[in-house]
Design a protein around this ligand. Structure first.
Ligand SMILES: Cc1cc2nc3c(=O)[nH]c(=O)nc-3n(C[C@H](O)[C@H](O)[C@H](O)COP(=O)(O)O)c2cc1C
Length: 350
């Protein structure tokens, strides 16, 4: 399998998913890229200045290609009254964890323009985007700076939009994926997202002619082989890396991933206002029904609560992002995990 060069620039068809909130780290991205896969820095929730330091940290470890992933800003309109009602509902949570909830959690663009400028200035090998489609002029600027532009999509309709924006490649995200769904276009009423990731890859291949990475619930070489057989050029894995020593996931999150007390994952908006998959816990059960669809305001509203719950060692008050096949998680250094994944993939394809 070694020796090929994929459209993303790496030799092996394994991408370590960007994981904002601390899951992925420059140490993880460096280890994966050094091992022949593609490591990703998550720029989401971080300042552009901090991301510049992350890029430098990866470059100190390796000259191999790596990616930086940025959140595309959301439309600014939000239902302030609904956010205020949700804040009232969360008052007992604030009391439980001893934190003050922000009065009027604000919209922000996560330093969008600064991050785009940074990616251009740093000529990062791969620029990744989620939560939306960057405007074509941003895509062109990055390409002129020598960056490969990858846009995350969750449906054929989003794949067409990303191709029209000029993407070089797509990351196709299935519903089993841990963390946030990229979803940025309403799906046609007649379309149901397939549960089988290979089927989603096949559907996207019918509408666009771009190299595809596939993400969502892949934990081993058999999962990688399945998406490669469906026509993807690489598999993107997030949860599989969360218990690596290089992972920056909170120890409470790492422990929950192997705690038999957690029995399933579910989609939730309760923590951020945007749909994400995580281990089903008390906070999700109690607040899912009433959370407004307001990202990033709800993210800012619950941030302090989640931090306090983590500090207090309570996995039921924080987001525990995980893909639906999280039980296949392994405690291995990131480079060794890549090596084993490739061996398993070769065996599965043979
Ligand atoms: C903890 C965590 C954080 C994530 N953060 C990001 C992110 O910042 N940007 C992004 O594009 N995807 C993010 N994702 C989604 C991944 O890119 C990918 O779609 C997902 O991990 C694939 O599913 P899996 O976790 O089952 O492998 C995140 C996933 C997890 C588990």
């Amino acid at each position: 399998m070694a020796g090929r060069i994929l459209p993303f620039g790496m030799a092996l068809p394994v991408i370590q998913a960007p994981m904002a909130g601390g899951g992925s780290t420059p140490a993880m991205a460096g280890a994966v890229s050094r091992a022949g896969g593609l490591g990703f820095i998550a720029a989401g929730y971080r300042s552009a200045k901090a991301v510049r330091d992350d890029i430098a940290a990866v470059r100190e470890q390796t000259g191999e290609p790596f990616g930086v992933n940025v959140f595309v800003p959301q439309p600014q309109a939000a239902d302030r009254a609904a956010v205020a009602r949700y804040r009232e509902e969360l008052a007992p949570e604030a009391e439980r964890y001893g934190v003050a909830l922000p009065e009027n959690p604000a919209w922000d663009d996560d330093e969008w323009a600064e991050k785009v400028d940074l990616l251009v200035a740093e000529r990062v090998p791969v620029s990744g985007f989620t939560f939306g489609c960057p405007p074509p002029e941003v895509v062109t600027r990055l390409q002129e700076a020598g960056s490969v532009v990858v846009i995350t999509v969750s449906s054929p309709a989003e794949a067409v939009a990303a191709a029209e924006a000029g993407a070089d490649a797509l990351s196709v995200q299935g519903i089993g994926a841990g963390g946030h769904q990229t979803t940025f276009l309403p799906p046609p009423p007649s379309w149901e997202p397939p549960t089988d990731l290979a089927e989603l890859v096949a559907q996207v291949r019918q509408v666009v002619d771009l190299p595809l990475a596939a993400a969502g619930g892949i934990m081993d070489g058999a999962g990688i082989a399945a998406v490669l057989s469906a026509g993807a050029v690489a598999a993107q894995l997030g949860t599989a890396f969360l218990r690596c020593p290089e992972s920056g996931a909170h120890p409470v999150h790492k422990a929950a991933l192997v705690d038999p007390g957690f029995t399933e994952t579910a989609f939730t908006r309760a923590f951020t206002g945007r749909t994400a998959r995580g281990l089903a816990n008390r906070f999700m059960a109690e607040h899912e029904a009433s959370v407004p669809l307001c990202y990033p305001q709800v993210h800012h509203l619950t941030k302090g609560l989640r931090r306090a719950a983590a500090e207090q060692g309570d996995p039921h008050g924080m987001n525990l992002w995980a893909g639906w096949n999280y039980r296949g998680i392994r405690d291995l250094p990131a480079a060794r995990l890549v090596e084993i994944l490739i061996q398993e993939t070769e065996a599965a394809l043979a």
